[in-house]
Design a binder for this molecule. Sequence first.
Ligand SMILES: Nc1ncnc2c1ncn2[C@@H]1O[C@H](COP(=O)(O)OP(=O)(O)OP(=O)(O)O)[C@@H](O)[C@H]1O
Length: 363
Amino acid sequence: MKLDSVQIRNLRNLQQVSLNPSHGVNFILGINGSGKSSILEAIHYLGFGRSFRTTKHKHVIQSDQESFTVFCQCTDQESVKRLGISRNINDAVSVSINGVRGNKISELVSQLPVQIFTPQSSDILLGSPKLRRKYIDWCLFHVEHPFLICSNSYTKLLKHNNALCRKHQVGYAEPQRIYWTEHLAKYGETLTQFRNTMMERLIPLITSNLEHFLPEFCVEISYYRGWEKGLDLIEALAKASDRDYRNGYISVGPHKADVRFKIDGKPAHEVLSRGQLRMLVAALQLATTQCLMSYTQKTCIFLLDDVGAELDAAKREVFIDKLLESNTQLFVTAIEAHQLEFIDKYQNKKMFHVEHGQVREES
Ligand SMILES: Nc1ncnc2c1ncn2[C@@H]1O[C@H](COP(=O)(O)OP(=O)(O)OP(=O)(O)O)[C@@H](O)[C@H]1O
């Protein structure tokens, strides 16, 4: 999907903004606080139903307003779609898909694969395993439709099993526990199968991207599925059960899965500099756009916020080159044009200047 037009109303300092972006690369320039990231935030709402900067939607609504809205028209080879999202001060959400209104965010976000790369994206390597699981699951959500049902079922079953563990501590619930453990194991195995297959697709893509992004390092990538090798999940759950009853929660399963990155046997984040870490993240994110392209023919919209932060000119250039090779529609923010010296070579591009929430397309 590529965005043909975007309309934003009452989102942070963007009172009424309308853009007709290029299907290739869009550069958004402006001084600090002008509203560049808010444009990306608006597009992010279309792809995720939420901000990448806050969990509080009401903080995104322009001060003194009741709600914000973002609309777009987007196209792929087969169709034209009109998508919209609105959030109001009471946290109510309204989405629209081709004029049909509803409130199911998952229906909206499945239409438009959006990815974001910001200075905080390195958290995927520095933060908890949950962020790395989210990374795999985002691809699965867009590539394998049955995945969402399986993942939601597993989450519900896990909650239920955790509750039974706590009940077991006070001495009852044994018959239900066996029944629900079997269910948990069944969905957990299916979920793991989805993730294994996705990692088998992603690892070669990430490795190949790293040859361009970090040629000086050999990064080993491994996937831990969340329980001991050589055991089925039902066996691992049985083995951990005494401890789990004592603690009151299930300690093994795909909710403990992780992706590990090592260089010379050490965790990659302890070896790489901040800029190098960002390039590792870039390789990961590029791999997801490539994976989406090759398994679904869907193209991604890629938001690259503050491209100048911690990436030198050569790294910025190679990242943008590679994203464009994967037929991504790109939105790149920068404070000053000199951070983008190399852009003359791109044919399919537009430049936007942002000042106090007003956007002007350079002719
Ligand atoms: N709810 C709100 N209502 C109105 N204005 C807001 C609201 N929230 C933030 N702002 C203002 O909106 C502006 C847009 O900020 P934004 O983060 O988009 O700027 P930016 O151009 O990306 O800046 P930087 O280069 O510093 O990252 C800021 O001046 C901010 O103070």
